[in-house]
Design a protein. Structure first.
Ligand code: NAP
Length: 245
């Protein structure tokens, strides 16, 4: 494990992103936690980690839907650590609505947050990764990007787009020694699913071969493996308890 690696996690303040940040910083990677609204939570994660670690965790506020803020975020990483080895495009939103009720605003916000943001972060990061002839980009996609979800059409479209970006970029960037992969979680216990009741979660678990809801740690384990691997690219890796077999 190369602990000198610099890793940026977008949406690292809560849920899956926060778990990735805590684990990678604990493992000794240099981590930049990006957040947007959850400033107190981001600061608390940093404080807690600094109690036990050397100074290897930085936090930076940026709304990833805005090109200029993303530019500042990437420049911050380079200023602090001198390089960027791993970009984890994790920030995302979800919404449950029947297709006929989705407004232009809902649609645009979903695509901007889950897909266009990754266009921004990836383009800005590549300015540095291509020069250094190495890099690892991990897109946190979703099971719904591959199989589609009823009442989440805009969400599913955003993740399908992200998976297409993963595959296309892997082909384009392979010769520059930059790997691009998606991790497609099934259902993971985070605030994103706070609209679901205990009963809903129980019913969903019964549909899953492993008979349980996932936890962020399963996604983090896959992230850790992808960071250290050197021969996997262009893949959509399902971490979903067998839900999409
Ligand atoms: P979550 O608990 O709701 O956390 C979402 C994170 O995204 C927060 O840290 C939030 O930061 C950040 N974020 C949202 N909009 C942002 C913006 N404009 N700029 C910067 N950060 C922004 O969600 P989660 O469950 O951890 O989901 C993480 C990723 O996994 C998402 O891409 C999601 O689609 C995907 N995923 C989740 C599940 C699941 O079941 N949970 C399943 C499949 C895929 P602030 O609070 O600081 O704004």
């Amino acid at each position: 494990m190369n602990k000198n690696k610099v890793v940026l996690v977008t949406g690292g303040s809560r849920g899956i992103g926060a778990d990735i940040v805590k684990q990678l910083a604990t493992d000794g990677y240099n981590v930049i936690l990006n957040y947007n609204k959850s400033e107190q939570t981001a600061k608390k994660i940093q404080e807690d980690l600094l109690k036990y670690q050397e100074k290897n965790i930085e936090i930076f506020k940026a709304d990833v839907t805005k090109r200029e803020e993303v530019k500042s975020l990437i420049e911050f990483c380079i200023k602090k650590f001198g390089k960027l080895d791993v970009l984890i495009n994790n920030a995302g939103i979800s919404q449950i609505k029947v297709f006929t009720d989705i407004t232009d605003e809902d649609w645009n916000m979903m695509l901007q947050t889950n897909l266009t943001s990754c266009f921004y972060t990836t383009q800005e990061s590549l300015k540095y990764m291509i020069n250094s002839k190495q890099g690892c980009i991990i897109n946190i996609s979703s099971i719904w990007g591959s199989i589609g979800a009823s009442c989440e059409v805009h969400y599913s479209v955003s993740k399908a787009g992200l998976d297409a970006m993963t595959k296309s970029l892997a082909k384009e960037l392979g010769p520059s020694n930059i790997r691009v992969n998606s991790i497609a979680p099934g259902i993971i216990n985070t605030e994103m699913n706070s609209e679901l009741t205990e009963e809903d979660l129980k019913n969903i678990a019964q549909e899953i071969p492993l008979q349980k809801i996932g936890y962020p740690q399963s996604i983090t384990n896959c992230v850790k493996w992808l960071i250290e691997d050197d021969y996997t690219t262009g893949q959509i890796i399902s971490v979903n308890g067998g839900w999409s077999i």
